[in-house]
Design a protein around this ligand. Structure first.
Ligand code: BTN
Length: 252
């Protein structure tokens, strides 16, 4: 691993690496050794062992955007998921800045995927280092398909270059940080309510019938909302059931 190039962008410090195993793993190592602080970002050109949610591999060749934003929010554990919603809304607004006409449907899919025209173009892996029920470090790992995605996922995934040919990953990261800065401040001032509202405005299949796969079973119901802990609220036979993990199955 080469030493990084470090730049300052507004009140964020960005460490750009060529190749790492996983930006989340590196951020966690640095945090465990108190060598990284609030608002520092690890970016990598490529990852050898990129990780996704639910222990999946995140294929990470050169050309896409891979980064981990470190925060030290000192909040209780039950609300840390709120910050992944702050991040995915910020990413949606950042991608929207590239939109020149209205032919794109950019949506958040629970818990925190970003879709364009019903195909995934980005995902978030949220991890934390906690003590005494307080989050000491939060690591928001984000992968965005800029110029490639795994071909075996072509029915459910896409890349931003198919929509915005001139998109540049450095510009996208800066636009994301601009949006995140505003939303993070809003979240600290007013709590989750505005963020939830922004997330709901473009939520995939909200108020519709969905199928969720929390484990090996498929469960169907009406997707009613998310709660303050980021759980998905599903109405099944007029009763609300909470899900804190799983995949919402895409309707192809
Ligand atoms: C998902 O949708 O499953 C989440 C994918 C998160 C991938 C990003 S890429 C940067 C950061 N480092 C990792 O190892 N994973 C996250």
């Amino acid at each position: 691993m080469n030493s990084p190039q470090t730049i300052q962008y507004k009140n964020f410090t960005i460490h750009q690496y060529d190749c790492v195993d996983s930006t989340n793993d590196l951020a966690k190592d640095l945090a465990n050794n108190q060598k990284i602080c609030d608002r520092e970002i690890i970016v990598a050109t490529q990852q050898n062992k990129g990780r996704g949610r639910m222990n999946r591999h995140w294929v990470s060749p050169q050309g896409n955007l891979y980064f981990s934003l470190v925060l030290q929010p000192k909040i209780s554990l039950n609300i840390i998921a709120q910050l992944s919603f702050v991040a995915i809304v910020a990413l949606r607004l950042a991608v929207n800045k590239f939109v020149k006409n209205e032919n794109y449907n950019i949506q958040n899919k629970w818990p925190n995927d970003l879709l364009i025209n019903n195909k995934k173009i980005a995902g978030i892996l949220l991890e934390s280092i906690n003590s005494n029920n307080i989050c000491q470090y939060l690591i928001i790992g984000i992968g965005v398909n800029i110029n490639s995605f795994p071909l075996d996922l072509s029915n459910i995934a896409d890349k931003l270059q198919n929509y915005f040919s001139s998109i540049n990953k450095d510009d996208l990261l800066k636009k994301f940080l601009d949006e995140f800065d505003i939303l993070y401040q809003n979240w600290r001032d007013f709590g989750f309510k505005n963020i939830r509202q922004l997330w709901r405005q473009n939520a995939y299949n909200l108020n519709q019938e969905i199928t969720i796969k929390p484990n090996n079973n498929n469960i169907c119901g009406i997707f009613k909302d998310i709660d303050d802990e980021g759980n998905l609220l599903l109405e099944i036979n007029q009763e609300i059931h909470k899900f804190n993990c799983g995949d919402v199955i895409m309707v192809l």
